[in-house]
Design a protein around this ligand. Structure first.
Ligand code: TPP
Length: 642
């Protein structure tokens, strides 16, 4: 458990956070809704020394960095993001020169304690604050929030993280890494969606719990997709590894005799009391559905119903300021920007009877959605841009810097607690392996994985840092990992004997019944010769193409063999025959969605990526020389023949 560390005791001013007076008919009070006071809507406070003096240029430059500094920030641990220049922060635009010796009075302009700065000093200070491993987007906030944000971010930018906290974090991340290594060794064929490349997300959770304890939050409701979920469950939420191991060995998490097979490994969930700073916090990590982001509104709804039970916020007869219940929503970068339910949930976030006083959003941004790159997954600059529909602030942070991750989280918590609104942490990391560990990401991202395969892990880098800084010695860290490995081994030994307890269809759910079986039959008919012809074409590529050797062997060669043998066809081949025969007859076909080129289960390979050039070839668009129907992967096309 990490030590007490309080950055800032922010006053709660929920009642002034709303810009517009609600015209809701129940303004005088109705169950589950309390009227919010209108915002002060103060006009922007231009510092006095600016209005009257030559400091105006310094003020304008500072404002430019506040707005545009994020575009220059060093956010990508892989260094792959192509960032163009940021002319908005060029000194020349403000009539300033680096070489000038004139000193500006920045007291009241900048909030980091500086008073007199030359142009060069001011620029360096602003670069350090706004263009480093944390970047903030807050220009779109309402005025009082914007002022608060600039002040808090600038004044806390370099706040020291206590040594004990750093040591604890190094241990926590090493445990997280050791857990992945343990699973990789003992369960070689299991899809675990490991946390490797994003281990510093544990720093976010830890900081949220730590702040929550200090802010008297007693209940946290969380939703979270697959990535790093098993690590979080075991390393931080005390989930018994033995149950996980049983699941990995093909056993059900349900007790013997229970009707049902349980859910998949990455959907396991828990409800647990954890202790921080001597206080209990009840954390519910709700079940994870396959359908990404579908559990977001469920988490918000659950948080609200807890507020009802505890009679706080909208349900309190006296006090609306106490939070007590916090909703934390974890997302993937591709799903956050792609899934409509995220926007829908934002749509309700500030509405009467839906508002929960703000959620903390964490986008675990590993810069890939399965096989899909950001440029093909969204149209916005950042995955997080959707949050601006409600004018929520966004804090981007580079996962390679765990201390910065703590600072980013602290800022997010302070904002949410101060204004009772949502805030987004865009945690930019990477994915050490494929979407799951059985997947080969070099099929589709050869260049990116060249970089990933050559770099050090985040826990190892941070451990080296704390050792070098003399905060912790190697033996202590090694011992921590050894003890954890022993605990995991002991749990593994218990797998055969452990009997899980029933937790499904209990209490309120006892009225539910298991669904019966469903049988589906279908029929189709295309001539065998056409199918054989199309099938062979679906795996033909130009002779000079550099095909990934695995795809050559397991996809192209194997399918050709199956077609020749005339049997034992797999799903993807059947699909290729169906699509190909339509194209052959002149119909267009489009498949829309992320990963449709390669296929979610690495089965389709409708597009083949050249291993040297990253260029893409779609075999089914070359079935005949005079082909008129084409396959389109990933895009929408308006055509009555589709
Ligand atoms: C609604 C929905 N569409 C597609 C999928 C298939 N799918 C599973 S994970 C995944 C990629 C998600 O990418 P991202 O949100 O960035 O999370 P990551 O896996 O990279 O952590 C996809 C497309 C799904 N589970 N749910």
């Amino acid at each position: 458990m990490l030590t007490l560390w309080r950055l800032h005791s922010a006053p709660r001013i929920f009642q002034s956070a709303y810009a517009y007076t609600s015209s809701y008919h129940s303004e005088n009070g109705i169950y589950g809704h309390r009227r919010k006071e209108p915002s002060r809507l103060s006009t922007e406070k231009v510092p006095q020394n600016v209005v009257t003096s030559e400091n105006f240029q310094a003020y304008r430059l500072t404002e430019a960095y506040r707005k545009h500094g994020h575009k220059k920030a060093t956010l990508d641990p892989l260094g792959l993001q192509h960032r163009c220049g940021v002319p908005e922060i060029d000194l020349a635009n403000y009539g300033l020169s680096k070489d000038s010796t004139t000193q500006f009075d920045v007291n009241g302009i900048l909030n980091n304690g500086a008073t007199k700065l030359t142009t060069a000093q001011l620029m360096n200070t602003l670069e350090n604050i706004y263009c480093g491993p944390i970047a903030v987007e807050f220009d779109h906030l309402q005025t009082e929030e914007r002022e608060w944000f600039a002040h808090t971010f600038e004044s806390q930018r370099k706040l020291l993280i206590p040594d004990a906290k750093k040591a604890d974090l190094a241990k926590l991340m090493l445990k997280c890494q050791a857990f992945d290594h343990f699973l990789a060794n003992k369960f070689t064929t299991v899809k675990r969606y490991g946390g490797e490349g994003g281990e510093s997300m544990m720093a976010i959770f830890d900081e949220i719990f730590s702040h929550s304890a200090q802010d008297d939050i007693s209940h946290i409701v969380m939703c979270m997709p697959h990535r790093g979920r098993l690590n979080f469950l075991t390393c931080m939420l005390k989930f018994p590894p033995v149950i996980m191991f049983q699941k990995m060995k093909g056993k059900s998490e349900l007790p013997p005799g229970a009707k049902g097979t349980g859910d998949v490994l990455s959907h396991l969930y828990t409800s647990e009391d954890i202790q921080y700073h001597g206080k209990d916090i009840h954390v519910s990590l709700i079940p994870n559905p396959s359908h990404l982001e579908a559990n977001n509104p469920v988490a918000v709804g659950k948080a609200r119903s807890k507020q009802q039970r505890l009679k706080v916020r909208d349900y309190s007869e006296t006090d609306t300021s106490g939070q007590r219940v916090l909703c934390v929503q974890v997302h993937g970068d591709a799903s956050f920007s792609a899934q409509g339910v995220v926007a829908e949930t934002f749509g309700f976030a500030e509405c009467p009877h839906f508002n929960v006083g703000g959620s903390i959003h964490i986008i675990v941004n590993n810069q890939l959605g399965f096989t899909t790159e950001p440029s093909r997954a969204r149209s916005s600059l950042y995955s997080s841009c959707l949050a601006k529909i409600n004018s929520y602030p966004v804090i981007h942070v580079n996962a390679d810097y765990p201390e910065e991750v703590i600072r980013a989280t602290s800022l997010a918590m302070q904002y949410q607690q101060t204004f009772g609104k949502d805030v987004i942490i865009d945690f930019i990391c990477f994915r050490k392996y494929g979407h799951n560990e059985l997947d080969d990401p070099t099929f589709t991202q050869p260049t990116m994985y060249n970089i990933i395969n050559q770099r050090k892990s985040i826990p190892d880098m941070f451990s080296e840092q704390v050792i070098t800084e003399g905060i912790c010695n190697k033996e202590v860290l090694d011992k921590e990992v050894a003890e954890w490995n022993k605990e995991l081994s002991n749990n593994l030994d218990m797998v055969e004997k452990h009997i899980p307890k029933a937790f499904h269809l209990q209490s309120d759910w006892s009225v539910c019944q298991q669904a019966g079986d469903v049988v589906t039959t279908w029929d189709t008919g295309v001539s065998l010769d056409t199918l054989k012809f199309v099938g062979a074409k679906s795996v033909s590529v130009p002779s000079d193409m550099n095909v990934h050797p695995t795809i050559q062997k397991t996809h192209l060669d194997r399918r050709l063999q199956k077609i020749q043998d005339g049997g034992d066809l797999d799903w993807a081949t059947a699909e290729a025959l169906a699509i190909g025969s339509l194209l052959y007859q002149g119909f267009n076909v489009r498949i829309s969605g992320q990963d449709v080129g390669r296929g979610t289960f690495s089965h389709r390979h409708g597009m083949i990526v050249d291993q040297k050039t990253d260029s893409v070839y779609i075999p089914l668009n070359h079935v005949t020389d005079n082909q008129t129907g084409f396959l389109e992967v990933g895009f929408i096309q308006v055509n009555t023949n589709c």
